[in-house]
Design a protein around this ligand. Structure first.
Ligand SMILES: Cc1ncc(COP(=O)(O)O)c(C=O)c1O
Length: 397
């Protein structure tokens, strides 16, 4: 029975990362996968994570299952982190959450709850969006519509196109929005534009589903959540999928949460029960290690200050790299790369053709996606000149 199943192609991003690893060129540049790399090209463990982890190992007395909704300190901490500690909806008990295995698990649980409320609901996704959104949400039977988002010519948001498309979103529809640091394009909405989306959600009755996987890596923890908090201040209901993979470096620990903003506290409680039943169907119980660490960091003043300082330094480094990359690329080419500085977070489309991206790989060992999406956080002092020179040569033909 099983032998009839064919070998499937590798995930395009992971496949490219594997090709980069296998490349023996000592000057290769790998900008494929979206993980934060430091100057040494290493994805580091936060010091606060190391400290919390050591304490946990000394103090841990059991490996019994976690509560079905996950670590209570983590849930409280992530709710405050996402919505703001003094958010009136939070204080009124209108927010609840369930710990999930990473942002992916959080998206899937959110999708399961949406499918329970409205089987086959339509989800509006940005063009482009993170490709994994489609299987994560589609596998529960949700259907997709696309709204215009990225405009290659300006390297910014096609906001008029987005509004025109979202005018068709109705009550019972879901609109998936990237909370900050849009993946793959790095072009984010301004706070005024978030306000317009809030007006539309209020008038049309659609449900916003916010994916926030990069909080703290755009402008800062508070600034990056400002858009979703604006929606939360105006709307009765909303779902958020949060991830601690990037902003706490807990990638492999699978640490995230699905958060529900509800009309009242009874509904908030009901949604956690729905999410728990959905989780039971999919993976049963949440993983402990990462969430307990994150819960400790979020609830202990010293650990939190340590974490925030390191996160701020990462955020500043990414923004510094954006400026440096812009000027290096502009000195090697006759193109305007100012957009790299305007974008937020880890990603940017360099605006190269598929053929040019492939030529960069074949002739210069510079790895980026065929769409020319780069992970800006993979750039460092050792590879930035190679990257800029290679792009310059490829653009000259
Ligand atoms: C837009 C977006 N959402 C969600 C995630 C989920 O991340 P994870 O499941 O690793 O926490 C990612 C990870 O790359 C992402 O880019």
């Amino acid at each position: 029975m099983l032998d009839q199943l064919p070998l499937l192609p590798a995930d395009p991003i992971l496949g490219l990362a594997a090709a980069a690893r296998a490349d023996s060129n000592p000057d290769k540049v790998d900008l494929t996968v979206g993980i934060y790399m430091d100057e040494a090209g290493v994805c580091p463990v936060f010091e606060a994570v190391q400290l919390a982890q050591r304490a946990l190992i000394d103090e841990e007395t059991t490996k019994a299952y976690m509560p079905a909704a996950g670590d209570p300190a983590f849930n409280t901490g992530i709710q405050k982190l996402v919505f703001g500690a003094d958010n009136p909806a939070l204080l009124a008990g209108r927010v609840s959450s369930i710990q999930a295995p990473g942002g992916c698990g959080a998206l899937r649980i959110g999708a399961e709850v949406i499918a329970a409320a409205a089987p086959g609901a339509r989800v509006w996704v940005s063009d482009p969006t993170w490709p994994v959104h489609i299987p994560l949400l589609g596998s529960v039977g949700l259907r997709f519509e696309t709204y215009r988002y990225y405009e290659p010519a300006s390297h910014g948001v096609d906001f008029d196109g987005m509004l025109e498309d979202l005018k068709q979103a109705k009550a019972g529809d879901v609109v998936l929005l990237h909370g900050c640091c849009h993946n793959p394009c790095g072009a984010d909405l301004s706070i005024e534009q978030w306000g317009v989306i809030a007006d539309m959600a209020e008038a049309q009755g659609f449900l916003p589903f916010i994916d926030i996987a990069y909080q703290g890596l755009g402008d800062g923890l508070e600034q990056d959540a400002a858009g979703l908090r604006l929606l939360a201040s105006r709307l009765p209901e909303m779902i958020v999928a949060a991830s601690c993979s990037k902003n706490m470096g807990l990638y492999r620990e699978r640490t995230g949460a699905t958060l529900f903003l509800c009309r009242d506290s009874a509904s908030a409680e009901a949604l956690v029960s729905q999410a728990q039943v959905a989780a039971r169907r999919v993976y049963s119980m949440p993983p402990a290690h990462g969430a307990i660490i994150a819960g400790r960091i979020l609830s202990d003043a010293a650990l939190r200050a340590n974490w925030q300082a390191e996160l701020e330094a990462m955020c500043q480094r990414i923004n510094g790299l954006r400026s440096e990359l812009r000027s290096k690329l502009e000195s090697e080419t006759d193109r305007d790369f100012g957009f790299i500085e305007r974008e937020k977070g880890m990603f940017s489309f360099l605006g190269l053709s598929k053929e040019q991206a492939q030529k960069l790989r074949a002739e210069h060992s510079v790895y980026m996606l065929d769409s020319s999406r780069i992970n800006v956080a993979g750039v460092n002092a050792r590879n930035i000149d190679t990257l800029a020179r290679a792009v310059g040569q490829v653009l000259q033909g």
